[in-house]
Design a binder for this molecule. Sequence first.
Ligand code: UDP
Ligand code: MG
Length: 315
Amino acid sequence: MRVLKSEPEIGLVIPCYNEEDVLGSLVERLNRLRAESRFKIKILFVNDGSSDRTRDMLQQICTEHRHISCIHFSRNFGHQAAVSAGLMHVKGDAAVVLDADLQDPPEVVPAMVEKWLEGYDVVYGVRCKRKEGVLLKASYFLFYRIMKKIVPFNVPLDAGDFALVDRRVINAINQLPEKTRFVRGLRGWVGYKQIGLPYERDSRQAGDSKYSYLKLFKLALDGIIAYSTVPLKIGIWIGAGSAVSGLCYFLYVIYSKLVMDSNPSGWASLASIILVLGGVQLLVLGIIGEYIGRIFDEVKARPAYIIETTVGDDA
Ligand code: UDP
Ligand code: MG
């Protein structure tokens, strides 16, 4: 059981990028949640450089509601940067990160808070039913399973950024200095008492997903490369494999020459070997390049985002 000194305050962190179509119903549902809640709830929007009416709408919402604040980025820095900024600025004893598009239903928040009161430091939503396309579902399925296999700490399966995090966890995540931020990885890495809470992930209420396949692929790469060096070791295994098969083939060539008096012929086999090995070498170089690119980004040590202005008491 968690011992609290006073009435707990929960901060909701909501990254938004061009979400004008959904903001109205989002604020309505959040306000309903707040009215029905027995805890103090504050809301912090992070406007990730939206180019539609999101910015103006958020300004208006913040002036109408004292419990809502907002951070405006100077340009679009990406979802993970927006979540990081939200965690850096949010106040309260715990925070819940949720998407603006109502895919993460705000109505799940009270159940998360209950688990937190039981003593858990991280309560992450586990998507038990996805309402996305088959290809996307299969990609997510595969990604989380690969991640689980190669990352040296517990990565919950099918859990995204939707989660409640205790103040201790927020402080720990905020201390981590990396600029390429994969928040659900950082959240797993810091440890503490974590538990999953199954929920049904709704489909997007309005507007389009801001993640193209390419962006999702990049996020998956960030996730794997930031937490594991296993891909770097692929070269060793492929190299060892091809060296052993090369040796076997060499022995076979000698054997056929000496015993059977025949020369293995054909440039086709030679060409395929060169092509395959050339391809593998480039692939491994590419993997090393991905790591070097990220080292380069980290060494420059530029911040993950720039804040243009903040609105409200809690931003
Ligand atoms: N988002 C953001 N910056 C971006 C892309 C997305 O802040 O560059 C926000 C977006 O407004 C939403 C959340 O991140 O609240 C998740 O994005 P989206 O719904 O497009 O992703 P999906 O659910 O399709 O993975
Ligand atoms: Mg979404």
